[in-house]
Design a protein around this ligand. Structure first.
Ligand code: MRU
Length: 358
C-alpha cells in the first residue's frame, strides 16, 4: 500500500501479513491509543463496521472488499455453487451493517461480481479474482483521493479559513481523504489554510480524528463545538466549507454525518461557498433524491452515556440518534469528485459526468 501511509503516517486498513485477515487501526481508540487489530470471521468484520472501528464511506468500501475475500476463504460448502451462494449471503449480511454509505454495497457487489466472473475456473480462481478486486478498490481510492484533492485545491487560496464537519480525511479513505484532501495537498505544497473542525456530536469524529490527522500533518486546526460554527462564520473566519459525503443522490442531495445540513444552512446565510467532496463511487445514480436515502439510526447510549463518567440523562429519556442527515442540493455550491467539479444544475450535470465516463 506504500503511498497511502504518506500524509497520515498511518497504514490503517489492509490485508494481514498472511493474507487471511483484515488488519485495521481501531478508530474507536483514537486519538489516545493507536491500536491495530485483525478481524477475520464474518461476525468480526460486521462488528468492525457496525462499531465504527472502520468508518468513513470510502474506507468502509475498502475494508468491505478485503472482508469479502477473507470471509469467502472460510466459507465451507459441498459444491462450488453452494459455496458461491453462501458467499453472496455473507455479502448481504455485511452490507446490512451500515445502510447509508453507498460505498459499502458498491464494494461488496464489485468483489462478488469478480467472484462470479471467475467461478467457472473453480473456487481458487474465484478467490484470486476477489483478492485482486479488493486490492484494486484500495488502489483506485488512492488515485481518486489525489484527484479530488487537486480539484478542491482550485477552489480556495492560501490563508483561507475552511470549516469541516466529521472526518473525511485519510482515516476515512486511503490517501489524503476527500474533504481534507485539498488541505493536506496544500500543506504538502506550502499552501496553508486555517481549518475549523466541528467536534461532531455524538461520536466526536471531528475532535478525535480530524483534529488528530491535521495536527499530525502540521495543519493549523482549531477545534470547535458544533454549535460554534455560526459564530465562527459570522466573525468572517470561514471562506469555504468542505465536507464529505456518504451517498449523493442523482439530483445532488447528499447524506453526510448528522449536522452537515445545518452547516450548509449557516453557510448559505453567511454567503460562504459550501462544497461536498467525494469519489464517483459515492454517487448513487439509482437513488433519485435525498428522500430515498436510508438513514442509519443508532443507539441512545451514544448520546446519553458514551463520553461521560456517569450518564448525562435519565435512563428513561427518549433519544433520537440519526447518524446522518441529508443536505438539499440547493444549498450546495459544487460537488467535487475525482472526475471533476460538478456545479448546478446537478441532475443534468451528474448525468453528464457519468455519461462521459461510462
Ligand atoms: O459515521 P461515520 O464516521 O462513518 O461518518 C463519516 C462521514 O459522514 C464522512 O463525512 C463520510 O463518510 C465521508 S468520508 C470521506
Amino acid at each position: 500500500m506504500g503511498e497511502n501511509t504518506y500524509v497520515s503516517g498511518i497504514e490503517h486498513v489492509g490485508l494481514s501479513e498472511d493474507g487471511q485477515r483484515v488488519r485495521i487501526l481501531d478508530q474507536t481508540r483514537l486519538p489516545n491509543r493507536e491500536v491495530y487489530k485483525e478481524v477475520g470471521t464474518a461476525e468480526e468484520c460486521y462488528t468492525a463496521i457496525k462499531r465504527l472501528e472502520v468508518r468513513g464511506a470510502p474506507c468502509i468500501g475498502i475494508f468491505a472488499g478485503y472482508a469479502m475475500y477473507v470471509i469467502a476463504r472460510q466459507v465451507k460448502a459441498d459444491s462450488l455453487m453452494d459455496w458461491a451462494g453462501k458467499v453472496r449471503e455473507e455479502g448481504s449480511r455485511l452490507k446490512s451493517a451500515r445502510p447509508t454509505a453507498v460505498n459499502l454495497s458498491w464494494a461488496v457487489e464489485r468483489v462478488l461480481a469478480a467472484m462470479d466472473s471467475r467461478l467457472a475456473g473453480g473456487r481458487e480462481a474465484a478467490l484470486y479474482a476477489m483478492k485482486t478486486e479488493s486490492l484494486a478498490i484500495h488502489e483506485e481510492d488512492i488515485g481518486m483521493c489525489k484527484r479530488i484533492a487537486e480539484y478542491g485545491l482550485e477552489l480556495v487560496k492560501a490563508g483561507d479559513g475552511i470549516l469541516t464537519h466529521c472526518n473525511a480525511g485519510p482515516l476515512a479513505t486511503s490517501l489524503y481523504g476527500t474533504a481534507l484532501g485539498p488541505i493536506l495537498l496544500g500543506q504538502e505544497r506550502g499552501v496553508h489554510f486555517r481549518v475549523f473542525a466541528d467536534e461532531t456530536r455524538p461520536l466526536l469524529q471531528g475532535a478525535r480524528l480530524t483534529s488528530y490527522e491535521l495536527v499530525r500533518a502540521g495543519v493549523d486546526v482549531t477545534l470547535i463545538c458544533d454549535n460554534m460554527a455560526s459564530m465562527v462564520m459570522k466573525n468572517g473566519w470561514v471562506q469555504a466549507c468542505f465536507v464529505g459525503c456518504d451517498r449523493v443522490a442523482a439530483n445532488g442531495d447528499f447524506a453526510n454525518k448528522i449536522g452537515t445540513s445545518g452547516v450548509a444552512i449557516l453557510a448559505r446565510h453567511y454567503h460562504i461557498p459550501f462544497y461536498t467532496l467525494g469519489p464517483a463511487s459515492t454517487i448513487d445514480m439509482d437513488c433519485p433524491t435525498g428522500a430515498d436515502i436510508k438513514i442509519e439510526l443508532r443507539e441512545p447510549e451514544e448520546i446519553k452515556n458514551m463520553w461521560y463518567k456517569e450518564p448525562m440523562a435519565l435512563p428513561e429519556v427518549k433519544c433520537f440518534n440519526p447518524a446522518f442527515d441529508v443536505t438539499d442540493h440547493e444549498l450546495v455550491t459544487a460537488i467535487v469528485t475525482d472526475r471533476g467539479i460538478v456545479y448546478p444544475p446537478f441532475k443534468e450535470n451528474l448525468q453528464r459526468l457519468f455519461a462521459k465516463q461510462d
